[in-house]
Design a protein around this ligand. Structure first.
Ligand SMILES: Cc1cc2nc3c(=O)[nH]c(=O)nc-3n(C[C@H](O)[C@H](O)[C@H](O)COP(=O)(O)O)c2cc1C
Length: 192
């Protein structure tokens, strides 16, 4: 896969259990030639969880991404007027961020960066990971599927017995989804 010179905003939100998988896909995007601009949600920037301290994730993604992290809405705003990204990837995308996105809320760095990018009529890829994907957040997934310039990393139920409402994107499909989205196509099948 050749993503040479493609500039991608890599936005991480607080699905802490999937950060390690996304890190691997960030490496794959970089190896394919993409330039990565990391954007951590405010929660990912500061929260230490059982999946690792915030400092660990900052450093791990910092070594993969050549650009400085965009950390607040002031730094995110120029993504609109300067139009310097080819694609915004929100991976993982929490239920919280998904719900706010569908409502046009922009009270955080990831949401502001995405709004700024969308104004330029360019693609956004979402890799959802949320325990309420088949309950409260299902309507928001439907809304995103119908929205121009939004593409979803194919997803499925990760643990139907213990977590019957949970949906998680197949993170190894991020690179294929990105590549298709850059050409205006949704990778299919969406349900896996
Ligand atoms: C250890 C841990 C794991 C979490 N995993 C998820 C998850 O997989 N999906 C999700 O939607 N929220 C998850 N959350 C909750 C989000 O972090 C929380 O909703 C937060 O407000 C998300 O903010 P953000 O979307 O701005 O990053 C988790 C929280 C913690 C502490």
């Amino acid at each position: 896969m050749n993503l040479e010179g493609k500039r991608i905003g890599l936005a991480l939100t607080g699905s802490f259990c999937t950060l390690a998988q996304v890190l691997e896909e960030a490496k794959a995007l970089r190896a394919a030639g993409a330039e990565l601009y990391p954007i951590f949600s405010e929660n990912v920037q500061i929260l230490d969880t059982k999946f690792g301290p915030a400092s660990y994730w900052r450093e791990a993604f910092g070594t993969v991404c050549e650009h400085e992290m965009i950390t607040d809405i002031v730094q995110a705003e120029p993504i609109g007027p300067k139009s310097y990204l080819d694609l915004m990837l929100i991976a993982p995308c929490t239920g919280n961020t998904l719900a706010k996105l569908t409502q046009g809320i922009t009270d955080g760095v990831v949401l502001m960066a995405t709004k700024a990018h969308l104004r330029n009529n360019k693609p956004v890829v979402l890799a959802v990971a949320t325990n309420d994907g088949l309950s409260r957040n299902l309507k928001n997934i439907a809304a995103m599927l119908a929205e121009k310039n939004i593409y979803l990393v194919p997803f499925g139920q990760d643990d139907p017995i213990k977590k019957p409402f949970s949906l998680v994107a197949k993170m190894p499909l991020i690179i294929d989804t990105v590549s298709n989205a850059l050409e205006g196509r949704q990778l299919q099948p969406i349900l896996r």
